[in-house]
Design a binder for this molecule. Structure first.
Ligand code: F6P
Length: 545
């Protein structure tokens, strides 16, 4: 069954939220905390080793109640059931959305067209385990009998970003295999990677759900040619593996059947790292850790599916984001992890969130009359503090931010970790409290500055404050906690797509550029240039000179 089709702005909760927004928009977080000594605990939720403190948001109990009412008005509970049960909720592509089945329990039954997909999922999970164990142990050899030392993932978008992000995030758990990622069609990208590699000891994994993506196929062919400069066609079977739904095309490439990992069309590219798309992750950190990643995600799935909305972390985070996006008109959201390991986390969710919810057509096929998909960005703290935090603190835009931190560091360097976390806590406090003109004056007076100079400087040193943040404090960065964290944001995407009455699981918006690039390539390769606007024409002529 498809998702309900409810324009959120026509619900009574939306109307009430609009009124509530008008009445409360001037409220100051500082005052809310002063008025209610229990505010911090009232707006904190604990789940497993996660703690979400969302008290530093411009909300009251009433706001939360109305947001929860909105979730009911758009029938979020019913949508969640359809999502997990494999209904065809990716309507424009006629598919189910079942990345959750990739991490389901072995005994669960999840039907797609009447067939339980869980056994097939476990077959592939076993294959991933066996394959990666044989590479890691050195049992699987290259064409000259040497053990494999390097693994190259060839893919783009969802076939790259997840593996890149997770291998970086779980670097601490990594084994001896060196992992590399070739994604861009930019030939310099592939050359820079190839120059570090020895064909005798490198395993290449071609990852493409469709096996038609220009970037991936071009890179794979370039790499194959490079490989064949030293090795023979018969050696390909020892060095190439592939992950795809398109098994025919894989066979044409010459990949041995035992190195082929299937995918399913009910898994979206940007949600596919839990499938064999994560093979490079399993190779890098070992299959046991890969399984733990999946188990962590599965636990978050269970929480999302079963927790009451008022305690449901993905639901709460999704609703808060709607509050800022649709009522405060905030256009962007920052994700700031306080660990260098998560340096690719925001980039990963730029695809996850913006490819999913960057839509302007509702489920009726009509243009939406309200804002959808937020713009996502961010970098790890404390680096981010020395880069763009100025704008969050004193700029003109409202930027709700998620701060993600860990109670324990992995190598246990207490001095560094305490300093890191001091910054983590200080920033959300500073963003909320700001600094008044009086406080600035006092500070400058205490430093012995003269009155005239103080007067001149005060306006520049004032911090308005009242900037909203969520604090997500997790015990430790482990494969399981990372799995749960990724799943949390995946479900937040779902919640928001349901609320905005859009289809989150297609990506037609990336097609036009791809189509035009095909004609433009002909113009570049051929002797004549076809019809273009005068700007593009002029640029092509200049490029070809
Ligand atoms: O950029 C569009 C897109 O279709 C993404 O959704 C996908 O992750 C990526 O291209 C790669 O696609 P494929 O895995 O089929 O090569």
């Amino acid at each position: 069954m498809s998702l309900e089709n409810i324009n959120p702005t026509t619900t009574s909760a939306w109307r009430k939220l609009s009124e509530h927004y008008n009445q409360t928009k001037g409220q100051q977080l500082k005052d809310l905390f002063e008025k209610d000594p229990k505010r911090a605990t009232a707006f904190t939720r604990q789940w497993n080793d996660f703690l979400l403190d969302f008290s530093k948001n411009r909300i009251t109990n009433n706001t939360l109640e109305l947001l929860l009412e909105l979730a009911d008005d758009v029938k979020l509970a019913d949508a969640i059931t359809k999502y997990f049960e494999g209904d065809s909720i990716n309507e424009t592509e006629g598919r189910a959305v079942l990345h959750t089945a990739l991490r389901a329990g072995k005994d669960e039954v999840i039907l797609v067209d009447g067939v339980n997909v869980v056994p097939e999922v476990y077959e592939v999970r076993n294959h991933i385990r066996e394959f990666s164990e044989s590479v890691i142990s050195g049992e699987k050899k290259g064409y000259t009998g040497k053990t494999i030392t390097d693994v190259v993932n060839i893919g783009i978008g969802g076939s790259d970003l997840g593996p890149v992000m997770v291998t970086e995030a779980l670097k601490y758990y990594k084994n001896h295999l060196r992992t590399h990622f070739v994604s861009n069609i930019d030939g310099d990208h592939v050359q820079e990677i190839l120059k570090e590699l020895n064909p005798e000891t490198t395993l290449f994994i071609i990852v493409s759900k469709t096996f038609t993506t220009q970037e991936t196929l071009t890179n794979a062919l370039t790499i194959k040619e490079w490989f064949l400069q030293k090795a023979s066609v018969a050696d390909i079977v020892h060095h190439f593996a592939a992950v795809s739904t398109n098994t025919e095309k894989i066979a044409e490439f010459g990949i041995a059947p035992e190195n082929v990992f299937p995918m399913w069309d009910w898994v979206g590219g940007r949600f596919s790292l839990w499938s064999a798309v994560g093979l490079s992750v399993a190779l890098a950190i070992g299959p046991q850790h890969f399984e733990e990643l999946l188990e962590g995600a599965h636990e978050m799935d269970t929480h999302f599916k079963t927790a009451e909305f008022k305690d449901n972390i993905p639901v709460l985070m999704g609703l808060l984001s709607i509050w800022y996006n649709n009522f405060y008109k905030a256009e962007t959201e920052a994700i700031i992890p306080y660990t260098q390991y998560l340096s690719r986390f925001s980039a990963y969710f730029q695809q996850g969130i913006m490819e999913s919810n960057g839509k302007s057509t509702d489920r009726n096929g009509k243009p939406v009359t309200y804002q959808t998909g937020t713009i996502i960005w961010g970098e790890p703290g404390t680096n981010a503090q020395h880069a763009f935090f100025q704008l969050i603190h004193q700029g003109t835009k409202l930027i709700p931010a998620d701060f993600i931190g860990f109670k324990r560091s992995l190598y246990g360097n207490t001095d560094h970790h305490q300093k890191l976390m001091a910054n983590f806590f200080a920033q959300t406090e500073a963003l909320m409290n700001g600094k008044t003109a009086n406080e600035v004056r006092e500070e400058l007076l205490a430093k012995g500055m003269e009155e005239k100079a103080i007067k001149k400087l005060v306006p520049f040193k004032v911090f308005e404050g009242n900037k909203p943040t969520n604090t997500l404090l997790i015990d430790k960065l482990t494969p399981a906690s990372l799995g749960a964290l990724i799943a949390l944001y995946e479900h937040k995407i779902f919640v928001q797509g349901v609320l905005w009455n859009i289809f989150s699981y297609d990506q037609w918006g990336v097609e036009l550029g791809k189509q035009l690039a095909t004609t433009t390539l002909k113009d570049i390769e051929g002797s004549e240039i076809s019809n273009h606007d005068t700007s593009t024409l002029q640029l092509l002529q200049y490029f070809k000179k």
